[in-house]
Design a binder for this molecule. Structure first.
Ligand code: F6P
Length: 566
């Protein structure tokens, strides 16, 4: 049987090393200039400072030994070589091929997949150009200036993150002029209302995005918007107003979307790793034009190359991944806060939540052995400074949460006001620079006493400090840099999974809830249509369902179509 990483000598050595680190405080570690110097590095103008991690140079060398024991180098190579590292689904994991340059060769099952990738990219370029320049029009001859992308999970969160980040980028906002991109994800009819309100079907293109084309939420939303279009423009309008992105082109056709208007991707792209496929590239190209999206792909590619070829000591995703493992598995800090100091990255944390928690939230090793340690971490986050006025209290004086601070040197949208002490971006960045030190150093009772703080308040105003964080400073936030940020987080998550020895590329944990929901769906159907009583559930669920059905008895059992009206 394969060895668990926790049985190896480097893991045990790190366990023992926790006691050494327990005797240190970041206040002191930060005075060691040589240590700090070696914990700061730069790649392509991305500046990483991890000197505020509760780690010494000794910790780092032990982590590199752990990487060796986990065969990290070999596992990274296996991913890039297209081996079936997603063993429970018997698939390769090749999201890196989605952003490879045309002349690259990346094989999956003995076939170079890069030409297929570019065939779809070229098709997206052509189609999005036509829609944007008005040579592809709607059923009534009007230009399609609005896009609603229907999809959930990986078919939604990545594209939403990139769209939100691009919206205020000067170049992208110019190319998006006069166009709207919206996302319909939740099966909640309220989400349908929110995303159709103010839009005219005549000028709207719907993109149905689903890897499987079977996801219940997405398919009901797709049927709902098909009705929204055909009830306004007639059923023949669907072919002009609905296109699809999927790996399941047969089901796309069955749904009634012309296969010529379907954009393929492949089973070697995991849902949460699919933003660089047609899943993200199509809606984003419709909104911003293909050249902007190509820059995003190039950014992700630059990190792929860095990740694949840079020695671990200077490799950003590897360092970040190893430090996360250190924080989670050894220092036993189960959460991580993602704190971008720019509103443009407000959807980064929700996207990384899926990338990280769906990938690494596992309880068994890749060989199916129950893990004797916790894998995965709890990711959450908000842009600074909003988070500071929300949950930072807990981060400063309550639980220890390792933080990722992400700062941007040049704001997408600078504001200068005469008579202000600093410009608006400098004001924001003052917080970006201050928070990591506040967390690391804290404030001692002695300091408070020397400030004549009333003695009964001293315990309340004391900050223990020694709270780890890392700082990533990017020169700007354009399409290229957004791609880089994505690549850094995707590969960091992979590194963590490779070290823990789990399969970061399957997601069996989402299945149970889905199958129980389909049992409930059957019951709701039987009760509404045939008046059948609730049966086959436990006492609690029976009570809840009965209450729900009784209190909504006015729902018609044979409804005529009703769409939101706001
Ligand atoms: O939530 C489970 C999941 O399978 C995710 O992994 C995926 O991103 C999402 O559902 C959507 O799946 P699809 O793209 O097949 O509709």
């Amino acid at each position: 049987m394969a060895t668990l990483i926790s049985d190896t000598a480097p893991w045990k050595d790190l366990k023992a090393h926790v006691t050494d680190i327990g005797k240190t405080h970041l206040r002191d570690l930060m005075t060691d200039t040589d240590r700090c110097k070696s914990m700061i590095l730069e790649f392509d103008e991305i500046f990483l400072d991890y000197s505020r991690q509760c780690a010494t140079l000794d910790t780092m060398s032990k982590l590199f030994k752990l990487a060796e024991a986990a065969h990290l180098k070999e596992k990274i190579a296996s991913m890039f070589n297209g081996e079936h590292i997603n063993s429970t689904e018997n698939r390769s994991v090749l999201h890196v091929a989605l952003r490879a340059s045309k002349d690259t060769t990346i094989n999956s099952d003995g076939k170079n997949v890069v030409p297929d990738v570019w065939q779809v990219l070229d098709k997206i370029k052509e189609f999005s150009d036509k829609v944007r320049n008005g040579s592809w029009v709607g059923a009534t001859g009007k230009s399609l200036t609005n896009v609603i992308a229907i999809g959930i999970g990986g078919s939604f969160l990545g594209p939403l993150f990139v769209h939100t980040a691009l919206q205020t980028d000067p170049e992208a906002s110019k190319t998006a002029g006069g166009r709207q991109l919206r996302f319909l994800a939740n099966v909640d009819p309220v989400d349908v209302a929110r995303n159709t309100t103010g839009l005219d079907p005549e000028t709207t293109l719907v993109v149905v995005v689903s890897k499987t084309f079977t996801t219940a939420e997405t398919m009901l939303n797709a049927r709902t918007l098909r009705e929204w279009i055909s009830s306004a423009l007639g059923p023949q309008a669907v072919s002009k107003h609905m296109v699809a992105v999927s790996t399941n082109l047969k089901l796309v056709e069955k749904f009634g979307i012309d296969p010529n208007n379907a954009f393929a991707f492949w089973d070697w792209v995991g849902g949460r790793y699919s933003v660089c496929s047609a899943v993200g590239v199509l809606p984003l190209s419709l909104q911003y034009g293909f050249p902007v999206v190509e820059k995003f792909l190039k950014g992700a590619r630059s990190i792929d190359q860095h990740f694949q070829s840079t020695p671990f000591e200077k490799n950003i995703p590897v360092l970040l991944g190893l430090l996360s493992v250190w924080n989670v598995s050894f220092l036993e800090y189960p959460a991580r806060a993602i704190l971008p100091y720019t509103q443009a990255l407000e959807k980064l944390a929700p996207h990384i939540q899926q990338v990280s928690m769906e990938s690494n939230g596992k309880g068994v090793s890749i060989d199916g052995v129950r893990l004797p340690f916790e894998a995965g971490e709890i990711d959450f986050g908000e842009p600074g400074t909003n988070g500071q006025h929300s949950f930072y209290q807990l981060i400063h004086q309550g639980r220890v949460i390792p933080c990722d601070f992400i700062g941007i040197i040049k704001s997408q949208q600078p504001v200068y006001l005469r008579d202000e002490v600093v410009n608006n971006h400098d004001e924001l960045m003052s917080n970006f620079f201050a928070q990591p030190d506040a967390l690391a150093y804290g404030k001692t009772p002695e300091q408070l006493q020397s400030e004549n703080v009333a003695s009964h308040l001293v315990p309340h105003k004391t900050f223990t400090g020694n709270r780890p964080s890392l700082s990533l400073l990017l020169p700007s936030l354009d399409a290229y840099r957004i791609g880089q940020l994505l690549g850094i987080y995707e590969h960091r998550v992979a590194v963590e999974g490779f070290i823990w020895g789990i399969n970061s590329f399957d997601q069996w944990g989402v299945e149970l809830g889905k199958s129980l929901a389909s049992q409930v769906r059957k019951q709701l159907h039987a009760s509404r249509k045939k008046g059948e009583s609730v049966e086959g559930f436990n006492f609690s669920t029976t009570k809840l369902l009965t209450r729900y059905l009784e209190a909504s008895a006015d729902v018609p059992s044979e409804p005529t179509t009703l769409l939101p009206k706001i």
